[in-house]
Design a protein around this ligand. Structure first.
Ligand SMILES: [Fe+2]
Length: 265
């Protein structure tokens, strides 16, 4: 039996490209991911689980997903994933495969349940939870009513304080919050998409996101901008009594060069 706390690492918004030296607004996304994965390799004991919370690929190509799988192959930890707005869901599901990569979206770990949802609205940057996702969430929560639960999807279900980014968050967030109010076992919510460290409580649920492994969006801005912060990951420790500890680790030695004049991505 795994010794509590359960240790999870969240890695998000990798934006890998088919070209190994491909860059997003100046940042070589493979190189910056390598710097973040180095942090994972430095862990004294491997975590129990890695969550990839969307935008695994920038171009949705088979090559990008296959290369990502091979970059992760040396990490002896189960990896679960959800799509982001940039992903090609079909290609992701068909080509992102490996001995340590699992397609399951319901994860039971001792007295915890993690439920992974797809918030992608095909062809759009903004997100939306379809009825099928609410049905799945309900099914999972009803199946394990006494497990502390963590819901995971890509788009932010609350404003993070940047107007341009909050215009492309989860469009039916109100519906989600109303739905979730019926399930007090949901303790935490994990998302990606916002390319920044963020934590906020809502309806008694702690919601948070990590830095991206590539470009970092400037916080609290009305218009798009990038911030000169190192890429990173989020660690999450889940305790037996339902509480959680979390924090961010950055690849401090990685010096990324990004396009300071970028007006969008
Ligand atoms: Fe992203």
């Amino acid at each position: 039996m795994t010794k509590l706390p359960l240790r999870i690492i969240q890695i998000s918004d990798i934006h890998l490209l088919a070209d190994t030296s491909g860059a997003l607004l100046g940042v070589k996304t493979q190189e910056s991911l390598e710097a973040v994965l180095h942090l994972v390799h430095q862990e004294e004991t491997p975590p129990d689980l890695i969550l990839l919370t969307g935008d695994l690929s920038q171009d949705g190509t088979e090559t990008s997903y296959q290369r990502l799988a091979s970059m992760l192959a040396s990490i002896p930890v189960p990896i679960h994933f959800i799509p982001g707005n940039h992903d090609n869901v079909k290609t992701l599901n068909n080509t992102f495969q490996g001995d340590n990569i699992f397609p399951q979206k319901q994860i039971i770990l001792q007295n915890w349940q993690l439920i992974l949802l797809n918030s992608q609205k095909p062809g759009k940057v903004e997100g939306f939870l379809e009825q099928s996702q609410f049905d799945y969430l309900q099914e999972c929560l009803r199946a394990y009513p006494n497990h502390y639960s963590v819901v995971v999807f890509h788009h932010q279900p609350m404003p993070v304080g940047s107007q341009w980014l909050d215009n492309v968050g989860l469009k039916n967030a109100d519906e989600f919050w109303k739905f979730i109010s019926n399930y007090p076992q949901v303790k935490h919510l994990i998302f990606g998409h916002v390319h920044q460290e963020f934590e906020q409580e809502k309806q008694g649920i702690l919601c948070f996101s990590p830095p991206s492994t590539c470009i970092q969006f400037k916080r609290k801005q009305d218009h798009f901008g990038l911030e000169n912060l190192a890429p990173g990951l989020r660690w999450v420790n889940l305790y037996e009594d339902g509480h959680l500890e979390t924090g961010v680790r950055r690849a401090a030695k990685y010096v990324g060069v990004f396009d300071k004049d970028a007006k969008g991505y």
